[in-house]
Write a protein that binds this ligand. Structure first.
Ligand code: MG
Length: 315
């Protein structure tokens, strides 16, 4: 199932991307089909994730019944089309999870990226954080803060956690995955360097990786059952149509089970948490091509789709 959070006429809704490419407003469709107020979880995608199978089953039922009525051109079908079906281009796609409890990100997790940066890969998963307030959705602007010089892009497969767990063993880790989406780990390269050469304090992850709009996420979550093999997906990033990054998730140094095991070592993972799994080669730090005013960035992952954002420099 492909789930998303969208805004239409200033109200936020949870939707399913249907086979016909249209978005079904889950709460709206439920109310039309059952003449009853929709359950609360249909108003927040994080609540569907928390509900585990229950929310997904109910969503599937609403989708199946809606498609049946729509295909039959029944009076209910007509109401659904008029009130609960939207074209993606007519809505605003927000980050699928509005306020995840945490966003954990992997540093140097593709062999190709380690090579281009000329760094030794870490011996165990190396995680840093992005803050939930930095999230933006599909087609939103990435606003480069004043004084920044080397803004960079990083297309990443993002895992959406579905279960609550601590000390999760790698053999059970995939049971905690709800689905997958795309995160562009936008980075201010010059702010990542240590303050002083030779200083004991290392790379500055916080200012390099966290500014308002530095975490484009979405446009949708593909549930784990529909992604195929998450370790064999192609991922690409284009800037103004030019291919800058092109890799496969099979190139990850640490696979998703090991990442989840490491992330949950003493820290409880919760439904809706996001773990970005690192980026393949082709980043500006290696090519010297940084993001400019007006650049259009398209991050693409096989079986998920495109996450598009435009670069604007703050004045
Ligand atoms: Mg990254």
């Amino acid at each position: 199932m492909k789930l998303l959070t969208f805004k239409v006429r200033s109200s936020e809704k949870v939707g399913i991307l249907m086979e016909n490419g249209k978005i079904l407003d889950l709460a709206g469709a439920y109310t039309i089909l059952f003449e009853h107020q929709a359950p609360g979880l249909f108003h927040d995608l994080k609540a569907i994730i928390e509900s585990q199978a229950k929310g997904l089953e109910l969503a599937k039922l609403v989708e199946t019944l809606s498609m049946k009525e729509i295909k039959a051109n029944s009076p209910l079908g007509e109401r659904l089309v008029g009130e609960a079906v939207f074209s993606p281009e007519n809505v605003t796609l927000n980050p699928p999870v509005k306020r995840p409890g945490k966003i954990l990100c992997m540093a140097v997790n593709y062999w190709s990226h380690a090579r281009e940066m000329n760094v030794e890969p870490p011996e165990s998963p190396y995680l840093f954080i992005k803050l939930a307030s930095t999230l933006v959705g599909h087609k939103s602007s990435i606003v480069i803060p004043r004084g920044a010089e080397k803004p960079d892009h990083e297309v990443e497969l993002a895992v959406v956690i579905g279960g609550r767990g601590k000390y999760i063993e790698r053999g059970k880790a995939m049971d905690y995955v709800f689905g997958y989406t795309i995160l562009n780990d936008v980075t201010l390269r010059e702010r990542q360097a240590p303050l002083k050469k030779g200083a004991r304090l290392g790379l500055r992850w916080l200012p390099a990786k966290n500014f308002d709009t530095s975490a484009p996420l979405g446009p949708l979550i593909v549930t784990a059952d529909e992604i195929g093999d998450p370790h064999n997906l192609r991922l690409q990033l284009r800037v103004n149509g030019e291919l800058r990054q092109d890799g496969r998730t099979s190139d990850m140094i640490f696979k998703i089970p090991e990442i989840i095991e490491a992330a949950s070592e003493g820290l409880t993972l919760e439904p809706g948490d996001i773990i970005a799994t690192g980026t393949p080669s082709g980043v500006g730090a290696a090519t010297g091509k940084f993001l400019k005013q007006g650049d259009i960035i398209e991050a693409w992952i096989e079986n998920i789709g495109f996450l598009e954002n435009t670069v604007t420099y703050e004045v």
